[in-house]
Design a protein around this ligand. Structure first.
Ligand SMILES: [Zn+2]
Length: 478
């Protein structure tokens, strides 16, 4: 394939000097009918039924009983697995349902060795160039009440996190009817309250196996648009997306020689380039996790007009954590969706009434229409990414000489699914991409914009107009 370089005319250069006159961010062509169909098929009713069913097990505490068919975490996980198998059958059998089971040793919140089980539904991708790309959506099916060690008392966990579990299940059942380039993984995991145990096990094993996890989303506490002071915004969802902290910690571990685990060493290697971008090129807000955050925000707001995904460049809320963190710690792009406000009377509380105040995480306080919108936002982000080509490889910024323009290079792919590449950029105080230029099937472009002043990314484009996650150009000097 021919390798060409594009230069703009001098008129364009003049416009560039003031950063005005640039093409606004390219609106992707027409909305994809497959994505619209998935959005339309997501069912509030099924989500409500599944949340109520999960609550009916009375407790899903990670150390609760497993020998009953109606009570405890064992009954809950067997029901989740059976539901997913039924969905697979109804959708033609391509959705592969499996479990990942291990003996979790004693730890601070695990009083005795306990068998934990991740329930996993995988929809294999169709495209040879993309089927090894894994896009994961997860919720945790365990629950807790006021006492983290109470494995007997009632812990309904309707919002935390039957809501996120129901999102994973609904997406699996709806998306299994469609074909995607990349592989989608729908998970329900235990042990979140005991220390992110299910997610950590999956992420560790994935790193050991060298799995290419391009994106991981956890939905945790996505059940209500109403806060504890009555604040309410049913058209807003928070997205916590920041990848720098675990990477920097891993760098410190690597420097002090405290990473003897081969999986950790592998992760360290995988993130070296990302660290380089922070250290040298000011790409601290352009790690894969941030690119995933930008994608989820822009795709959702395009397909669900009026809805705002509030992109927060922070790992999680203060004093809290979630199942995305073990994935970040293995060097994968991972983010968390959470409702716009929270009502702490309905999280991690024994079910009770004090005066006129009701406590407890009950379905009464879940807004099922809102959870359905959260599922739609996930579906849009995942489907558009699963229909996009792999991100471009070896994206570099030419830094061999002083200049007022920017030359970017990358490896030209011969993927037949690829329509070309898109250059995106923004001013450094902006969070989202502001400008874009489709540049065709080339491996290099020079634009009359100073690399010193803006932040660039390069995306791969599919023939149907779906863009990959952007890749930040690492500097390439002499
Ligand atoms: Zn939770």
């Amino acid at each position: 394939m021919a390798r060409t370089s594009i230069r703009y005319t001098s008129a364009f250069c003049l416009a560039a000097l003031t950063l005005s006159g640039f093409p606004a961010l390219a609106a992707p062509t027409e909305p994809d009918p497959v994505v619209q169909k998935i959005v339309a098929d997501i069912s509030r009713t099924r989500i409500e039924q599944r949340i109520r069913k999960l609550v009916s097990f009375e407790t899903r505490h990670t150390l609760s009983q497993t020998d009953s068919d109606t009570r405890g975490i064992g009954a809950a996980r067997r029901w989740i697995e059976a539901e997913l198998r039924a969905c697979s059958q109804a959708a033609g059998g391509r959705l592969q349902v499996s479990t990942q089971e291990w003996l979790e040793p004693i730890s601070r919140r695990v009083a005795r060795p306990t068998t934990l089980v991740n329930v996993i539904a995988t929809l294999p991708g169709d495209a040879p160039s993309s089927k090894d790309r894994l896009l994961i959506v997860s919720g945790h099916y365990d629950s807790m009440n006021s006492d983290i060690s109470d494995n007997v008392g009632v812990a309904p966990g309707a919002n935390d996190d039957a809501s996120g579990t129901a999102v994973s299940m609904e997406l699996a059942c709806v998306m299994a009817k469609h074909h995607f380039d990349a592989t989608l993984v729908f998970m329900a995991v235990p042990g979140e309250e005991q220390g992110l145990l299910g997610a950590a096990h999956f992420a560790r094993e994935a790193r050991k196996q060298g799995l290419n996890i391009e994106a991981m989303i956890t939905n945790d506490i996505v059940g209500s648009a109403t806060g504890d002071a009555g604040q309410r915004d049913p058209k807003r969802l928070r997205l916590f997306a920041d990848g720098a902290d675990p990477l920097l910690r891993m760098l410190v571990q690597g420097q002090t020689g405290q990473a003897p685990d081969p999986a950790e060493q592998e992760a360290t290697r995988a993130i070296r380039g990302q660290l380089q971008s922070i250290a040298i090129a000011g790409g601290g807000a352009d790690l894969p996790t941030h690119q995933l955050g930008r994608h989820l925000k822009s795709s959702a707001e395009r397909y669900l007009p009026g809805f705002t995904v509030q992109l927060i460049q922070r790992r999680d809320r203060y004093l809290r954590g979630g199942d995305h963190i073990p994935f970040l710690e293995q060097g994968y792009a991972a983010v968390r969706f959470t409702e716009p406000f929270e009502n702490f009377r309905h999280q991690h509380q024994n079910v009770r009434t004090e005066g006129a105040t009701a406590f407890g995480d009950l379905p009464d306080f879940v807004e099922f229409d809102y959870v359905a919108d959260v599922a739609r936002i996930n579906a849009i982000g995942l489907a558009t990414l699963a229909l996009a080509p792999p991100p471009p490889a070896n994206v570099r910024m030419d830094t061999t000489q002083l200049s007022n323009d920017s030359t970017l290079r990358w490896t030209l792919s011969n993927d037949p699914a690829l329509a070309g590449y898109r250059l995106v950029w923004r001013e450094s105080d902006a969070a989202a991409w502001q400008f874009s230029q489709d540049v065709g099937l080339v491996s290099q472009i020079t634009v009359p914009i100073s690399k010193d002043n803006v932040l660039f990314g390069v995306q791969s484009l599919s023939k149907r107009g779906h863009a990959s996650l952007a890749v930040y150009p690492l500097p390439q000097g002499r």
